[in-house]
Design a protein around this ligand. Structure first.
Ligand SMILES: [Zn+2]
Length: 332
């Protein structure tokens, strides 16, 4: 029954596309309730050249400065080689490829036309949030607990950021338990300009193969998360959604420097409604900087030298974000 219903739904969706194809001048359709735009129209309006990298599989939009690679029927995308997960998969019917309007506006626009600083004051302060702590160990691999390494990592990053001229505070500086909602609240009370939560990942299945870094930012209202774990409160609007453009651009900058400066697998920018992102009163991201469960990556994370490399890449990402959003703003 369910399979038949799914087929019926798919047929309805494609008939909607077909009817839009037939109607001259209609360049937008609804697929599963979401607005989709013909990718050729988006390419034209953005001044991109459009070409198949592999017929019916991978498509590229490019200009002299930029390359966007998209996979048909998939949420996987790359902007200048940096992984980004779409909110909705790309859809192909016949020769027409469709992209969701929400991805154009919420995934690509913030990177293609980065936001500018809203207030006059330059960015100076960052609140780092070492994941877990106290009675919450986070992931545990052998005798190694995530909470220990998020704190060591945050302290290394704090030292490097201070040297780069940032003012830095931590949501915890010892092995103490801090409630999730308190973490963005601490950042707000300390008047931080940015909030960065630091975690390490782990998996039991495929522990020997799954590795790499991914940066999360808050899911826009009405879109599904790429990681729905720990979500509550539905798919509506949260305080952190005020910074949708900043969140996405910050996540992209950090994913970029992690992928380019450290030999870490690029798992792409992801979206989630994690509690620490939902209520952030400033642009906020959560970094999963690697897998404790991977035999080689785990050993690296346990070493201070590798954490220093990861931290240096994050400093570069934050500096790049600051330079871009402050373009045209005097730093005095
Ligand atoms: Zn964690």
């Amino acid at each position: 029954m369910r399979f038949t219903a799914t087929l019926r739904l798919l047929r309805l969706l494609f008939s909607l596309i077909a009817s839009a194809d037939a109607a001259q001048g209609v360049d937008e359709v609804r697929i599963a309730g979401k607005e989709y735009e013909r990718i050729s129209d988006w390419a034209k309006s953005g001044g991109f050249t459009l070409r198949w990298l592999k017929r019916d599989e991978a498509i590229e939009l490019s200009n002299s400065a930029l390359s966007i690679v998209l996979q048909v029927h998939s949420p996987d995308a790359h902007i200048n080689g940096v992984g980004v997960r779409l909110l909705f998969p790309l859809v192909q019917k016949g020769d027409a490829v469709w992209i969701s309007r929400m991805d154009i506006n919420s995934t690509f626009e913030p990177v293609l036309s980065p936001p500018r600083l809203r207030r006059g004051a330059p960015l100076r302060s960052i609140c780092l949030d070492p994941g877990h702590g106290g009675k919450d160990p986070g992931f545990q691999v052998g005798s190694n607990q995530e909470k220990k390494f998020t704190l060591l990592f945050s302290q290394e990053l704090q030292a490097q950021l201070k040297r780069a001229g940032w003012k830095v505070t931590l949501t915890r500086s010892r092995d103490t338990f801090v409630e999730l909602p308190s973490r963005p609240d601490i950042a707000r009370r300390r008047k931080a300009d940015l909030f960065v939560s630091l975690h390490f990942n782990a998996t039991e299945a495929s522990a020997s193969t799954v590795k790499g870094a991914e940066v999360y930012c808050l899911t826009p209202p009405g879109a599904p998360s790429t990681n729905a774990g720990g979500e509550g409160g539905g798919a509506g609007w949260f305080a952190g959604n005020r910074y949708n453009d900043e969140n996405m651009f910050l996540a992209y900058q950090l994913q970029k420097t992690l992928a380019r400066e450290v030999s870490v697998e690029d798992r792409g920018v992801h979206r989630a409604r994690f509690a620490v992102l939902r209520d952030a009163a400033m642009p906020a991201v959560l970094i999963e900087a690697g897998f404790l469960s991977h035999p080689i990556e785990g050993r690296k994370i346990f070493s201070s030298g590798y954490r220093r490399q990861l931290a240096a890449a994050i400093v570069d990402g934050l500096d790049a974000y600051r330079r871009t959003v402050q373009r045209g703003v005097s730093s005095s």
